[in-house]
Design a protein around this ligand. Structure first.
Ligand SMILES: Cc1cc2nc3c(=O)[nH]c(=O)nc-3n(C[C@H](O)[C@H](O)[C@H](O)COP(=O)(O)O)c2cc1C
Ligand code: SF4
Ligand code: SF4
Length: 257
């Protein structure tokens, strides 16, 4: 009855969601989503994908992972799209990606947690974050019950206007994401600790003369800016004044594990 949960996470929200699901499911194992793990679901009877919504769709690392996925026919598949309130068409897109591989997505859950996209105004107030954690916990418990019962249900999705307008933006931006790191820079508080390079899931950061250098293969997960212990990484002009965000129950060692 083994369940494998593949997760992708920049700031811990998806890792926290995957952990909570794993606690509620019998014999569940967490695996960080990496290319090398594609064939590693082995004899799993159920496989889940837990990942953040990026620009109203499935982030590229998840798209690429699905494209290489090899699973036993009949594996029960589910997904959790972790987002900040605009899931849009993400889970429909994931269902289509799996369908092209001959795989059926049995259930897709929309889980709302605090936004990690701080260039649009910084982290939300703690009370608002806590309200989202509490609501998400309940939703994840319901999702776990559905998964444990191997239920099949329609994937969750945003309103039609989101699915039309935001999907167009997702498609236009998809090939630009790698280069969006041109707006990152580093201020004088940097102490050359190298954590930004370690936490980047895309291997997109190298230290040059003790300072991060971004290599234009960014996935915009925002892990580097959020986990820098000196808050010395900036994106554009406004972030020097903005609070950072990561899930409070997820630590840097959890992310690096
Ligand atoms: C580049 C980027 C794009 C995002 N786009 C969306 C989006 O389209 N809709 C949404 O609701 N949240 C969006 N978010 C917010 C994240 O989906 C949300 O904060 C998620 O919980 C982060 O998960 P993580 O901590 O596991 O990385 C975006 C975040 C980033 C960094
Ligand atoms: S994590 Fe921050 S302080 Fe450490 S090297 Fe990177 S930018 Fe500098
Ligand atoms: S450079 Fe920063 S935002 Fe880009 S993939 Fe790496 S950690 Fe994520």
């Amino acid at each position: 009855m083994k369940t494998v949960l593949f997760y992708y996470s920049g700031t811990g929200n998806s890792l926290w969601s995957a952990r909570l699901l794993a606690e509620k499911l019998d014999n569940a194992e967490l695996r960080r989503l990496k290319g090398a793990d594609v064939l590693a679901a082995g004899d799993a009877e159920a496989v889940g994908f837990v990942f953040p919504v990026h620009m109203w769709g499935v982030p590229r690392p998840v798209v690429e992972f699905i494209a290489k996925l090899a699973l036993r026919p009949g594996t029960y598949l589910f997904a959790v799209a972790v987002n900040a309130g605009q899931v849009s068409r993400t889970l429909v897109q994931l269902r289509e990606l799996l369908s092209r591989r001959g795989l059926a997505l049995a259930a897709g859950f929309d889980i709302v947690l605090p936004s990690n996209y701080i260039p649009w105004g910084g982290a939300a107030p703690i009370e608002r974050q806590n309200a989202r954690f509490a609501a998400a916990r309940l939703r994840l418990e319901q999702a776990a019950a559905c998964i444990a019962g191997r239920e099949t249900r329609a994937v969750e999705r945003g309103p039609l206007w989101q699915r039309i307008i935001f999907t167009a933006i997702y498609r236009m931006s998809f090939n630009q994401v790698h280069k969006m790191d041109k707006d990152f820079w580093c201020d004088d508080r940097c102490n050359s600790c190298g954590i930004c390079a370690q936490v980047c899931p895309a291997g997109n950061i190298e230290l040059k003369n003790g300072r991060p250098d971004w290599l234009q293969r960014c996935e915009q997960c925002l892990a580097c800016i959020q986990w820098c212990p000196q808050a010395s990484i900036q994106f554009g002009k406004k972030t020097p004044g903005y609070e950072r965000y990561h899930h409070p129950e997820i630590s840097l060692p959890d992310m690096l594990h």
